[in-house]
Design a binder for this molecule. Structure first.
Ligand SMILES: Nc1nc2c(ncn2[C@@H]2O[C@H](COP(=O)(O)OP(=O)(O)OP(=O)(O)O)[C@@H](O)[C@H]2O)c(=O)[nH]1
Ligand SMILES: [Mg+2]
Length: 454
C-alpha cells in the first residue's frame, strides 16, 4: 500500500528541493517565492515502503482568501494524507510557525522539517530542535534539503509517524475565555454530528463555523460530505455561540483577528524560546545591505542599473556567438543545397526543406540561443544572491496599481527577452517578405516557430 505525504510550507523554504531530493524528480526550484503553482507528485521508497509525495504551492496561511492559497488550503485540509510534512525556514522560524500551528490544529499526523540549517548556521542562528518538538508535540527534524543524506532522518520520522497506530490528540491553542466559551457551546453538537465520521477534528470545524468564512465552510461540506449550515441543531447552537461573542464585543472580523494574533503570539513565544542568535553582526550587515537595496531612494536606481547591465551584457555579448552560429548555418546551407542539386532534386523541394525549414531553424537558433545562454545564467546569479525577492518588493507598489503583485516583475523580466525576440522577428519577417514568391514558405515556418516559442 502506498503512503501519502504532503509537503506544505511557506513560500521559498525548500519544499520542492526536499521533494526533488527524495523523489529524484525535477520540480522547478529557485530563490524567490511562488515558483510551485500546482501540486506535483512523486514516489520515494524508504524501508521497503512506497511514499507518494505531494509538493504543494507555498502558502503563508490557510486562513486567507487568495485563490492560490485556497487551493493549497483545501489540499492541506482535505487531502487526507498519512502524514503532513511541514517544511519551515530555520532562518525565520517565528513567521513559519504561524502555518505550523494552523496545520497542527487540523491534523495530528505531522512532522516538522526545519530546513535551511546551513543558512541558519551562517547567520549564527541555532535552533533547539528537541525543545521545539516537545513544545509542538510532534517530531521536528533539521535538514539541509540540498544534501540528500540529511533527509534520511526526516524519512525515518515520517515512517514512524505513519506506522504509529496511536490516536494522538489534536493540538489545542487556547484562545481566551471569551472565545473558548463560545466554542464550548457549539463544539458538543459538532462532535455529535461527526460521530462515526472519518474526520473527527470537531474543534477545528467549530472554529471555522464561528469564523464564518463561507468558502471554507462550503469546502468542509463538500469534501467531508457534511451538512453544517443546513443542520438545525448546529444552526441553533451557532447562533447562541455568536450571540455570546457579540456580547463579548467580538464581531466576525475581530474573531478572525483574535485567532490570528493568538497564533502569531504563540509562534513568537516559541520561536524566542527555542532560537538563539550568536552573530548579531551578520544580521546587522545584512539589514544594512537590505536597506540600501530596498529603500525608496537607492533601491530603484540600483535595480535599474542591474537591469541595464544585464541587458547590455546580454545584447552586446550575444552578437558574437550569433554571428558565428549564423556563419556556420550559412556554410552548412550551401553544402546542403549542393548535395540536393547533385541528386537532381526539384526546386520546390530545395525551397521547402532548405530555404524554408532549415534556414528558419538556423535563424531562430542563431538569434535566440546566445541571448538565452547569457541572460538566464545572469538571472540565476541574481536569484542565488537573493536579489530577486528585493526586486519584487521594490516594484510591488507599481504592480499593485495594475492590480497584480511585485512577484510578476520577475516573469516580466524574462518576458523582455521574448520581447527582444519579437522585435527581431519583425525585422526578419520584413526582410523575408521582400523575397521571391516561393521563398515565402519561410515566413510560414518562422511564424510557426514564433508561435511555439511564445
Ligand atoms: N542553502 C540552502 N538552500 C536551500 C536549501 N533548501 C532549498 N534551498 C534553496 O532555496 C531556494 C528555494 O527552494 P525551493 O525548493 O524552490 O522552495 P519552495 O518552498 O518549493 O518554494 P515555492 O515553490 O516558491 O513555495 C532554492 O534556491 C533552493 O536551492 C537548504 O537546505 N540550504
Ligand atoms: Mg516549490
Amino acid at each position: 500500500m502506498i503512503i501519502l505525504l504532503q509537503l506544505p510550507g511557506n513560500p521559498n523554504v525548500g519544499k520542492s528541493t526536499v521533494f526533488n531530493s527524495l523523489t529524484g524528480l525535477h520540480q522547478h526550484t529557485g530563490n524567490w517565492p511562488g515558483k510551485t503553482v500546482s501540486n506535483a507528485m512523486g514516489i520515494t521508497n524508504f524501508m521497503d515502503k512506497d511514499f507518494l509525495l505531494v509538493d504543494i504551492p507555498g502558502t503563508y496561511s490557510i486562513m486567507s482568501n487568495s485563490q492560490e492559497e485556497e487551493i493549497a488550503r483545501d489540499y492541506i485540509c482535505f487531502g487526507n494524507p498519512d502524514c503532513t510534512v511541514v517544511v519551515v525556514d530555520s532562518t525565520c522560524l517565528e513567521r513559519n510557525l504561524n502555518l505550523v500551528y494552523q496545520i497542527l490544529e487540523i491534523t495530528n499526523k505531522v512532522v516538522v522539517c526545519v530546513n535551511l540549517l546551513d543558512e541558519a548556521k551562517k547567520k549564527g542562528i541555532e535552533i533547539d530542535l528537541n525543545k521545539l518538538s516537545s513544545e509542538l508535540g510532534v517530531p521536528v527534524v533539521g535538514t539541509i534539503a540540498r544534501k540528500k543524506k540529511t533527509l534520511k532522518n526526516l524519512m525515518q520520522n515520517i515512517y514512524d509517524v505513519c506506522s504509529s497506530n496511536k490516536n494522538k490528540k489534536y493540538f489545542k491553542i487556547q484562545y481566551g475565555d471569551d472565545i473558548e466559551n463560545s466554542i464550548n457551546i457549539l463544539e458538543k453538537d459538532v462532535r455529535d454530528l461527526l460521530q462515526n465520521h472519518e474526520f473527527n477534528n470537531y474543534r477545528w470545524i467549530t472554529l471555522k463555523l464561528l469564523e464564518g468564512n463561507k468558502k471554507i465552510i462550503s469546502s468542509i461540506e463538500n469534501y467531508l460530505d457534511l451538512k453544517l449550515l443546513g443542520n438545525e441543531t448546529i444552526q441553533n447552537s451557532l447562533s447562541k455561540a455568536k450571540e455570546l461573542l457579540i456580547k463579548n464585543d467580538i464581531t466576525s472580523s475581530s474573531f478572525k483577528d483574535k485567532i490570528v494574533s493568538t497564533i502569531m503570539f504563540h509562534g513568537e513565544t516559541i520561536a524566542l524560546k527555542v532560537t538563539s542568535c550568536k552573530r548579531l553582526d551578520y544580521n546587522y550587515k545584512n539589514n544594512k545591505i537590505d536597506k540600501i537595496l530596498t529603500s525608496k531612494l537607492t533601491g530603484i536606481p540600483i535595480m535599474l542599473l542591474f537591469f541595464a547591465m544585464i541587458f547590455w551584457i546580454t545584447i552586446t555579448g550575444a552578437n558574437y556567438p550569433s554571428q558565428m552560429l549564423s556563419n556556420s548555418f550559412n556554410y552548412i546551407e550551401a553544402k546542403l543545397v549542393y548535395l540536393f542539386e547533385s541528386f537532381n532534386s526539384p526546386n520546390w523541394l530545395i525551397s521547402m526543406l532548405i530555404y524554408g525549414m532549415y534556414r528558419t531553424l538556423g535563424w531562430v537558433v542563431a538569434v535566440m540561443l546566445p541571448p538565452m545562454a547569457i541572460f538566464f545564467p545572469l538571472f540565476t546569479i541574481l536569484e542565488d544572491l537573493g536579489y530577486l525577492p528585493r526586486i519584487a518588493f521594490n516594484l510591488d507598489g507599481f504592480f499593485r496599481k495594475a492590480c497584480t503583485s511585485g512577484k510578476q516583475a520577475l516573469t516580466m523580466c524574462m518576458g523582455v527577452t521574448k520581447l527582444e525576440f519579437f522585435i527581431i522577428s519583425l525585422f526578419v519577417l520584413h526582410y523575408l517578405t521582400d523575397l521571391p514568391g516561393f521563398l515565402q514558405t519561410t515566413n510560414i515556418y518562422y511564424f510557426i516557430s514564433c508561435k511555439y516559442y511564445f
